[in-house]
Design a protein around this ligand. Structure first.
Ligand code: BGC
Length: 353
């Protein structure tokens, strides 16, 4: 397909070949995806002068993806995005042990989550817009999770500069599923700048406070009169350094917001005032993890010079609530044989009028 180009990207330490797929729309917006982790390695978005620039954090050297990608830059995360307390859960009377890869928790699918897997990638022929189909079959017991899980993800780049992500999964045994996309954005296009000047709006009247392990305590807390109130757009730095226990625990924002409403709806909007870039997020998920890049620590070089310092990118990961397998009051993340997990999230880019 002419609006999806494929090229060789590299060979992993295990000897697997990785391909790169470049999706291009009518406006020249481009999204590059590699079959390793279904990872988005670049995504361009227009500024007020019509310049399309890369706005996602990533590496220039393939080895940095293959040998770790510790921050999950751009990756598809599964089988369970976010944290599971104590790295275990009980389902239908059976207890499952997972890898402890985040203190005592399991984070983002474990030691070798979906972000490290080679996905089967194929451009969809005759689709209205460039669409890349990715599939991954996760074995029963992989990373400790029960059931063979077949996961399909579609990345579609529409002509209105939106990246639509559709996720589907089926299982042959009761299991838990919480898939997400882990791109870090910096809408300035300058990765040496902090994202704290971005203006953020999140349609959520409540959020999930966490304990010292960044696990939700179970409380659903009103955002009103707290630094977590993004119901009306405000710069990220307005309250990020407030004297607040939850901000101390997350070292900034690293929490799940309980999204208002149900079904596919606009859940967040971010604007970078300097460039005029806007990103709007639409999703059918109940929660979003707004992570303000607190743990980025200057270790990795950016694509354009300098290093990824603390707060040089932010994530808006749409998902079920963290630790749902252990928190029965949260919306269920269980998947049963015969059921289909189906969800959609859209990141749409535009310019401030
Ligand atoms: C988590 C952060 C974590 C980051 C990288 C985010 O989804 O909320 O706590 O540091 O992923 O793993």
């Amino acid at each position: 397909m002419e609006n999806i180009q494929v090229s060789d990207y590299g060979i992993t330490g295990k000897g697997d070949s990785v391909e790169k797929y470049t999706l291009t729309n009518r406006n020249g917006m481009q999204v590059e995806v590699i079959s390793y982790g279904g990872t988005i390695i670049s995504l361009t978005a227009p500024d007020k002068n019509g310049n399309y620039e890369d706005v996602v954090l990533g590496f220039t050297d393939p080895e940095d993806y293959f040998n770790g990608n510790p921050y999950f830059f751009g990756a598809l995360v599964g089988r369970y995005g976010n944290r599971i307390a104590g790295a275990e859960f009980t389902l239908e009377g059976k207890t499952y042990q997972l890898h402890k890869n985040d203190g005592s928790n399991s984070l983002h699918g474990g030691k070798e989550g979906f972000d490290t897997k080679i996905w089967t990638a194929e451009p969809i022929e005759n689709a209205q817009f460039p669409t890349l189909k990715l599939t991954y079959l996760s074995a029963d017991g992989e990373e400790g999770f029960p059931g063979w899980l077949t996961t399909t993800v579609l990345y579609t780049l529409t002509d209105d500069d939106a990246l639509e992500i559709y996720y589907e999964a089926i299982t042959d045994k009761a299991t838990v599923v919480n898939l997400t996309q882990h791109s870090y954005f910096n809408l300035s296009g300058d990765f040496t700048k902090a994202i704290t000047d971005h203006e953020m709006q999140i349609s959520a009247d409540r959020f999930l406070p966490v304990n010292k392990n960044i696990i939700p305590t179970g409380e659903l807390r009103e955002v009103k009169e707290t630094p977590f109130d993004f119901t009306v757009s405000k710069p990220v730095n307005r309250d990020i350094n407030a004297d607040d226990e939850q901000l101390r625990l997350g070292e900034g924002y690293d929490h799940n917001w309980i999204l208002n409403g149900e079904g596919l709806r606009t859940i967040a909007s971010v604007c970078h005032p300097g460039s005029g870039r806007i990103m709007e997020v639409t999703s059918d998920r109940p929660g979003v993890q707004f992570y303000s890049g607190n743990f980025l620590a200057g270790k990795y070089k950016t694509k354009t010079g300098g290093r990824y310092e603390k707060r040089s990118g932010f994530c808006l990961e749409t998902q079920g609530y963290p630790d749902s397998p252990n928190q029965k009051a949260f919306p269920s993340t269980q998947l049963q044989p015969g059921q289909k997990y189906q969800t959609k999230t859209i990141y749409k880019f535009s310019v401030k009028k």
